[in-house]
Design a protein around this ligand. Sequence first.
Ligand code: ADP
Ligand code: MG
Length: 156
Amino acid sequence: MERSIRSYSPKDTHKIGRRIGTKAQSGDVLLLVGDLGAGKTTLTQGILWGLGGTEYARSPTFVLVNEYPARLTLYHMDLYRLNSIEEIEDLGLDDYLYGNDLCVVEWADKAPGYFPVNHAVVQLEVIDDQTRRVTVSSETAHLDRLVMAIAGGADE
Ligand code: ADP
Ligand code: MG
C-alpha cells in the first residue's frame, strides 16, 4: 500500500510525523529516504512528538543512533556518513532493528536489503522551497496503519 501527501511547511511535516508516531507500534521500522534538506529530521521530530516524547530531535550524524524516551523508545539513526554496507553492518544495529521499540532510519537507502523485511518506507521529495511530497509505502499489511496515518490533509 502507498499513499502520498503534500506538506507546505515544516509544521505540516511535523503534523504528518505526529500522525505516524501516534499509530506506531512495538517493533516498527521506518526507513526515511530523500535528499539533504528534504525533511527527514523534521518528520522524525513529529514522530517523536506523536509518540508523546518531548525532546528536540536532531540528526544523529555523529553518534549514529539517538535514543529518545517516549511511549515507545525512539531510536533515530542516520546513515549519511557511512559509505558501505559493511560499515553499516559493523554498527550492530540489529538489537534496535529487531527490538520492541520504534526505529527511524535516515538515509536508509544507503543499505538496501539490510533492514528487516517488515518496514515502511517514507520518501520525501522537494517540490519547491516550502513544499514536499511525502510518500509512505509498505509491502506488509501489518504496516498499512502507518501508510494510512498520513491522510488528513490535502491528498494527491
Ligand atoms: P533532512 O533531515 O532530510 O536533511 P531536515 O528536516 O533536517 O532535512 O531539513 C529540512 C529543511 O527544509 C529545514 O530547513 C526546513 O525548514 C525546510 N523545509 C521547508 N519546507 C519544509 C517542509 N514542507 N517540510 C519539511 N521541511 C521543510
Ligand atoms: Mg536529517
